[in-house]
Design a protein around this ligand. Structure first.
Ligand SMILES: CC(C)(COP(=O)(O)OP(=O)(O)OC[C@H]1O[C@@H](n2cnc3c(N)ncnc32)[C@H](O)[C@@H]1OP(=O)(O)O)[C@@H](O)C(=O)NCCC(=O)NCCS
Length: 209
């Protein structure tokens, strides 16, 4: 049976990891990638044009798409755009990730090698659980949030839409990290974080500029 054809949006480091996950799972034929610049590359895959080409790619039978874009804001926008065009949005889950069978997954979720998701956690559309991050029981990870490499979230943590938990951060049980907030690399969250603010340090406190 012919595999569904998939276009990857993006060509950066994040897109390389996503492409490799789709290669490993071999559930899709990677038709190529789109980027703004024609000079970019993604392994040996064909450059299919910029994002203006997406409606034509869909019409040609490339029915599946994955927004492999690191910026939470841009990924959020592209996800809505892909959905409005009518693409199917599969998840990219590494074979080397460990997921509780009780994990609830949205669409276009990226779960990288070594990530662990424990029981009864929900991962919303477009979220990234990056390399070797751990999401313990009863977490809620909002749409297009990014939990960066090596982060550890204890049980009952809520991460709002678009929040960025930078590399090597941690959160104690029960805290809420508001939508579009940023936790700087190595930060330890011990109390709730307001929407949109940046916190850093141990314990994580608001970065004043
Ligand atoms: C928090 C962060 C986003 C802030 O970036 P920024 O707005 O460019 O901030 P700046 O580099 O201008 O630093 C501003 C101040 O915050 C401090 N700071 C920045 N990041 C910090 C961190 N993670 N922990 C402690 N202090 C930090 C800086 O030392 C600086 O302090 P100063 O004014 O006293 O010199 C960034 O430093 C960070 O942690 N990025 C992580 C990226 C990452 O993990 N990416 C993973 C991709 S997969």
């Amino acid at each position: 049976m012919q595999k569904p054809r998939l276009v990857i949006l993006g060509s950066g480091g994040h897109a390389k990891v996503i492409a490799e996950i789709f290669e490993e799972t071999s559930s899709f034929e990677i038709a190529g990638f789109t980027t703004l610049s024609p000079t970019e590359s993604l392994f040996a895959y064909p450059h299919l044009g910029n994002d203006d080409e997406l409606p034509r790619l869909l019409a040609k039978g490339i029915t599946h798409a994955f927004p492999a874009i690191g910026s939470n804001r841009i990924r959020h926008r592209m996800l809505a755009h892909l959905r409005s065009l009518g693409f199917t949005l599969p998840n990219a889950i590494s074979r080397h990730a460990i997921l509780s069978p009780r994990t609830q997954l949205g669409a276009a979720v990226a779960i990288m090698p070594g990530a662990i998701v424990n029981v009864d956690s929900t991962i919303e559309d477009g979220a990234i659980l990056n390399t070797a991050s751990s999401i313990d029981h009863d977490n809620h990870i909002g749409a297009c949030a990014h939990v960066a490499p090596g982060c550890h979230l204890a049980g009952n943590v809520t991460v709002g839409e678009g929040a960025f938990i930078a590399a090597g951060s941690a959160a104690i049980p029960g805290v809420t990290i508001g939508p579009w907030a940023t936790v700087g690399a190595g930060g330890v969250v011990i109390r709730d974080i307001t929407a949109g603010v940046t916190v850093v340090g141990v314990p994580a406190t608001r970065l004043l500029r």
